[in-house]
Design a protein around this ligand. Structure first.
Ligand SMILES: [Zn+2]
Length: 838
């Protein structure tokens, strides 16, 4: 297992990845300790009262009302002599029931202080703690809770914390009697449990809260360092995938803190609290699934204490290992939820849907939220995530702290976190989404606008993640593999490769202003780029896809500094321009050309094989170019500014050009044509400066935007400036109309104080009429976007004076529609700002 991760990190490095994420479970830094039973047996009445059953692989307990011979009691002994810590914060025993029961049975657990009993000689007759079926001189420890009665062939846990702490820490031995509480009218159904020699022997699990084990964490950091990668810690604590899982979280957390409750005990009809709960049979994901309550202040404090200790330890590690600053961030929770147990809501004991935890703290939180359920969800989630993020920030190793969401959690937190950021402050740096789409347009749009069409089951439910200062990250999007069922955006066919266009998805993400994290490199989730052979050698599941991804990433690394520091033009930026980024994998033999400008130069990218190009304005005399295929960049009239050099190479980690010879280019007239090698990088230097741009044209589909109503946004293909346009239409009839609006965020440059504002739009038969306002003030006359035959048109809103530069809200409000029009749809092509010099 360890060697596999180490090896996979090396593979990731070779494939051009720069950062790896690794889970650090709470259990990794505070591991529970498990002890198998040293002795087990059972005793039985009637004909068996003098018999010893210590050779039996199973032990049993049952109470036959009619026949004394069907009465039996099970004995279990543990020796935890190697346990060296002091008082326990939690202890439980886990037994495995080997036969299914016709009905739920309750097991009562007794602790006996005298451990001198000998399994090899114990009988009903000579045992000292049984008075008939009753137990004496023993401590009643616990019994099966009503929601976890013994029925299935599976594990059952019993809390023994108090008994161990009170009676067993001296000799480090613990003995228990298991007694079936359920009388059995049919006489015969006894509970069968694996004994010490069974396939799943009883275990004693001890849990401590003040001691840490950094061994695994240190190894993971070391493997990343060996591979030359940065590492993000995925904190797998209280909530991972809207579950608190018993193989990720130490037992003491379940024992000491508040579980989210479907029912609160009332002392009359309901005698015990009933938690959000289910059991799981896939050993990867533990046995007991709960959801801990996010409003328990003691739990938040404890988890924060552990996370701060972890990052303090990372600070010490960093000093000891030469300040490599390998750890660069922390995901504080993975796909969390307030009141959804993974996969859906819970019902209570009366079969009613439970919308929130029933504990006292939650009742208080709900009341503090004015009994508004959504406010309670959002505030609860934010407090929980922010408390862990604060621990990261207050440690001696402060790095970014972020959250990632699944599609429809009960609280997304994005909007609330931006409100906190601009008011009282937040320690959650950003919140991302597991998008899981293989449509380049979807990932392009995700970086700067809502993605309304991502989830057919929940249309319009995914909020806009590109708000405020939220960095838009797509945390999980699939590696590669084969579809086993139909699902996703397009209802993929069974047997078709998953995410075969990973390279395209990465380029589309970056072009739209978002960041893509590949989930995952290798795992049993069937989403990995690799699968392990029996010899533990990672093999690519789709070698062609992995090969293209590797080449693309190695190409992008040649421009790493610019990609990390400049806003892509697909999100309103002006210095980092992508050509053909939302095309999909299909090979096209048609020659395609795309024009964009770098400063005042027109740059034309021509590709015969559907390549993707990037051009970067690095300075007044410097342009960088990359292309995924052998394609041409034509830099029009560049020669007028003097060609100083055009070389191949890459920008290194310090953002310095490392040239490896003259690039392939020709000069025709004043135009310079650079013949790009596939996956190559070229630097163009001029002798005199390239004049600044004289007009600012923003593609509508590549500006940050948001809209009201239940509308959907789509990127239109058939023409328009730059080859694409943006369509806004009602999700279903009548859901987008008068007073609905779309707001673009436009960066007004500081070059001039006055600009003529031109809107490029696409008219059509179902379009509405809009009025433009900028930061709340109306400009120009209304624009009727209706025509019988679709056409690209433009409308000037006149000359607008801006008192200062920076981000402005360009809002187009639907004020009505042409009498002939069938709906209120809108089509936007671009927004142009033409400087007006007085
Ligand atoms: Zn609660």
């Amino acid at each position: 297992m360890n060697d596999e991760i180490k090896h996979l990190f090396q593979v990731a490095k070779q494939d051009g990845f720069t950062v790896v994420n690794a889970q650090i479970r709470w259990m990794d830094v505070q591991p529970d300790q498990s002890y198998m039973a040293t002795e087990t047996t059972y005793i039985a009445d009637g004909n068996y009262r003098s018999l010893n059953f210590s050779n039996s692989k199973t032990i049993q307990t049952g109470f036959g009302q009619e026949h004394s011979f069907s009465q039996s009691l099970a004995y279990v002994k543990f020796d935890f002599n190697c346990f060296s810590q002091g008082k326990l914060a939690g202890a439980k025993i886990r037994v495995f029931v080997t036969e299914a029961m016709a009905q739920g049975h309750s097991i009562k657990l007794y602790g006996i202080e005298d451990d001198s009993w000998d399994a090899s000689t114990l009988t009903w007759e000579n045992a000292s703690n049984n008075q008939g079926y009753a137990i004496s001189e023993a401590h009643e420890v616990t019994k099966s809770p009503s929601y976890d009665l013994v029925k299935d062939v599976f594990y059952y846990d019993f809390n023994v914390t108090e008994f161990i702490n009170s009676y067993c820490l001296g000799d480090k031995k613990a003995s228990f009697i298991l007694q079936s509480e359920t009388s059995n009218p049919q006489d015969g159904q006894t509970i069968q449990i694996d004994g010490a020699d069974g396939a799943h022997p009883p275990q004693l699990i001890l849990s401590i809260d003040q001691v840490y084990d950094w061994d695994y964490l240190d190894k993971v950091i070391g493997w990343a360092e060996d591979a030359g990668l940065k590492l993000e810690i995925l904190w797998f604590g209280t909530d991972t995938c809207s579950l608190s899982i018993d193989n990720r979280v130490p037992y003491y957390v379940f024992h000491q803190y508040q579980k989210a409750l479907t029912d609160k005990a009332d002392g009359r009809q309901l005698l015990e609290d009933i938690p959000f709960f289910r059991k799981n049979k896939d050993p990867m994901y533990g046995v007991y699934h709960h959801l801990m309550c996010k409003n328990d202040p003691s739990l938040r404090e404890r988890e924060s204490t552990v996370v701060k200790a972890m990052f303090d330890h990372i600070a010490d590690y960093n000093v000891k290992h030469g300040y490599q600053n390998t750890v660069i961030g922390c995901q504080v929770s993975n796909e969390p939820a307030v009141s959804l147990l993974h996969g859906g809501r819970r019902v209570n004991s009366r079969g009613e849907l439970v919308l929130y935890c029933q504990c006292d703290n939650c009742m208080e939180a709900l009341s503090a939220a004015g009994n508004d359920l959504q406010t309670y969800y959002e505030e609860t989630m934010w407090r929980y995530n922010n408390s862990i993020a604060t621990a990261v920030k207050e440690s001696r190793y402060s790095v970014w702290a972020r959250v990632n969401n699944f599609h429809v959690p009960d609280a997304t937190g994005v909007h609330l976190n931006e409100i906190k950021r601009s008011t009282t402050g937040t320690n959650i740096d950003f919140i991302g989404l597991d998008v899981y789409s293989d449509v380049p347009k979807t990932l392009f749009t995700y970086g700067h606008a809502p993605i309304t069409y991502i989830d057919p089951l929940h249309p319009g439910k995914v909020p806009n993640y590109a708000v405020g200062n939220n960095l838009v990250m797509n945390m999980e999007n699939g590696g590669s593999g084969i579809h086993k069922e139909r699902h996703g955006d397009d209802g993929h066919s069974i047997g078709t490769p998953k995410y075969a266009n990973l390279d395209r998805l990465l380029l589309a993400s970056l072009a739209g202003g978002g960041f893509l994290n590949v989930y995952d490199l290798c795992s049993p989730d069937e989403l990995g780029l690799y699968e392990n052979t029996e010899d533990h050698i990672p093999m690519p599941i789709n070698p062609d896809a992995v090969d293209r991804l590797r080449k693309t990433q190695l190409m992008l690394n040649k421009l790493a500094h610019d990609l990390a520091t400049k806003q892509a033009d697909g999100a309103g930026g002006t210095m980092l321009k992508f050509f053909n980024p939302i095309s999909d994998l299909e090979k096209s033999s048609v020659t395609k050309s795309f024009r964009k400008s770098i400063r005042s130069l027109e740059v034309m990218y021509t590709t015969k094989d559907n390549g993707v190009g990037i051009a970067v304005e690095r300075g007044e005399k410097e342009i960088a170019l990359v292309s995924t295929t052998a394609s041409d960049f034509r830099l029009q009239e560049l020669a007028r500014h003097g060609v100083f050099s055009i070389t191949q190479g890459f920008y290194n980690a310090d953002n310095r050009w490392i040239g490896s010879g003259i690039a392939d280019y020709e000069i025709i007239g004043d135009d310079v044509i650079v013949h790009m090698p596939a996956y190559g990088c070229v630097q163009v230097l001029t002798t005199t400066l390239i004049p600044a741009v004289d007009t600012y044209l923003y593609e509508a589909e590549g500006l940050p935007y948001d809209f009201s109503g239940k509308a959907k946004n789509e990127i239109g293909e058939e023409g328009g400036h730059g080859g694409h346009w943006l369509k806004i239409s009602s999700m279903s009839e009548g859901m987008f109309g008068v007073n609905d609006f779309i707001t673009f965020t436009v960066h007004v440059p500081s070059n001039a104080s006055k600009y003529e504002i031109v809107t490029g739009y696409r008219s059509a038969v179902a379009n509405g009429t809009v009025q433009l306002s900028i930061d709340g003030e109306e400009y120009g006359s209304s624009v009727d976007m209706y025509t019988t035959i679709p056409a690209f048109k433009q409308a000037s809103a006149g000359i607008v004076s801006f008192s200062h530069s920076g981000e402005k809200k360009f809002k187009y409000t639907v004020i009505g529609k042409n009498a002939m029009s069938t709906d209120y749809q809108l089509g936007f092509d671009y927004i142009e700002l033409i400087p007006v010099i007085d």
